[in-house]
Write a protein that binds this ligand. Sequence first.
Ligand SMILES: O=C(O)[C@H](O)[C@@H](O)[C@H](O)[C@H](O)COP(=O)(O)O
Length: 261
Amino acid sequence: MSKPTNLYSFPSVDALAPALRAYVIYCQEAGITRHGVFKVAVSGGSLPKTLAQALLAPPTSENDTVKWDKWEIFFADERAVPLDHPDSNYGLLKAELLDKLPAGTPQPVVHPIDVEYLDDPQELADQYEQVLVRSFASRDSVKLPIFDLLLLGCGPDGHTCSLFPGHELLRETSAWVAPIEDSPKPPPVRITLTLPVVTHAVKVAFVATGAGKKEILKDIFEEGKGLPCALVNQGTGERCSWFVDNAAVEGVSYPRRPFSL
Ligand SMILES: O=C(O)[C@H](O)[C@@H](O)[C@H](O)[C@H](O)COP(=O)(O)O
């Protein structure tokens, strides 16, 4: 039986950001040690902004370095829209983070969706799965891709990636990437990593901030209720860490841990 998920709570987003940075750099170093690169997937929503606050801060020591040229960035979920559309998660990450890297920064490899397939969600997902197959193929017997880190958000209904409560996609067992055409959160057509891929990652980090999350965090941490975020917690145990502010966990009885690596 794995140990329980880590819940780290901070007084504010400003206090959370340096811890998130330290955690991401820890995962980066572990990835580089393992296979020379850092394979990370990110969600949309409020995450890219908080991530930017964490990662664009000046380094405080020699070990506190984001090695962008070792990063391979994937999308944990993406909306079926052009890359310059306001709903694009790629566009969001680019605007919030990638475009703000200081001039001369060695660039990460970024894997957006192939917009040629926007009109065919299944093909869009299959093509993105092929991107993963190519990227992870050098690893021994790849039954599932093993991301070094997944950086995820939590929706007010308990969804994560584009895995929504009660949706049949939660029962997907074979695809790595799946289409969804009836997302309750607009826009309706998206692709998403599937639950087996999410729970197979070396580490999973959720970032959830603001009082708007406290009711659902109660459900996720106290009762589970089969919510997608709770399923990730159950499938990953101590490999999963939540970075939240106090407002998001007010009244949640699950024990917080002091942040440490
Ligand atoms: O494309 C998306 O819609 C996101 O990937 C989604 O899974 C998001 O992470 C959550 O909805 C949390 O969003 P907030 O952080 O904005 O609440």
